[in-house]
Design a protein. Sequence first.
Length: 324
Amino acid sequence: MRILVTGGAGYIGGAFLRAALAAGHSLSVIDNLSTGHADSLPPGVDFRQVDLRERRWLDPLLAECDALVHFAARSLVAESVADPVGYYRDNLGGFLALLAGIEAVGGPRRLVFSSSAAVYGHGEGQPFRETDPCRPVNPYGGTKLAMEQVLGHAAPRLKLRYLCLRYFNAAGALADHGERHQPETHLIPLALAAAAGGEPLTLYGEDYPTPDGSCVRDGVHVADLAEAHLAALAALEAPSDPSGPLNLGTGQGHSVKAVIASVERVTGRAVPLRRGPRRPGDPALLVAAVDRARALLGWAPRQAALDAIVASAWDFARGGAGGG
């Protein structure tokens, strides 16, 4: 299969590229490198450093591919709160350009969209199901929901089958690929850096309505996410149309304090802490109900244990080079 991947130089996109190449697919990648890294791309992909809105580059690539996997987006919650207009301009604007290109060239007919659990908003103590109301509490989640809504309206006209994969918290690393964000905002790499002698980790809020007062998240290994994308592409070839949203997580949540304890177990080092207030836009609880992913994709995470996820990130932090 010839797959066009947008945002393939990022953390999750790079993991998908490696899984897709191993499965024998042919890949074209576009990324403007605003947050991704060209040196994280594996050998064997056709790469163009272009923006989605550069239609002279986009449309010919769309015409050549059999399927599209769309990762490209800005994705920092706090940054989206500070710059909501910019987030809608870039995330939704880029996605609209992508759909316009599909309409112009008449294909491809299959799209896997990188969405987010941020579309749900605040949890009330229960795992989120795909049928639950979506009430995002930050502009980043709002952009993802807006893209899902546009896709739902446009798909019939474009004759497009799609799956919106609502990631919960991507985590962990491959041997040669992991997180390398600038700035880094994700908990596990920040905690590992603190344990390794870097800046103390800031614990944002201890008064959430959770068992230990810190936020609870469902961490899913990036390699498992990559395999889920391959399974989603296969599902889109089935006779029945599975189009719609799909949660990707482990189905179990871990608090920020539990993740810190895991980092200390894995590294054998203490994590120095600062206490800070809640961050604007942070939901208290984000945990996935994963029944639909199991039924539709035949997919379940292989690396669901928290310590194993943390250990893979620690191994990469000590010796990895490429990342997202």
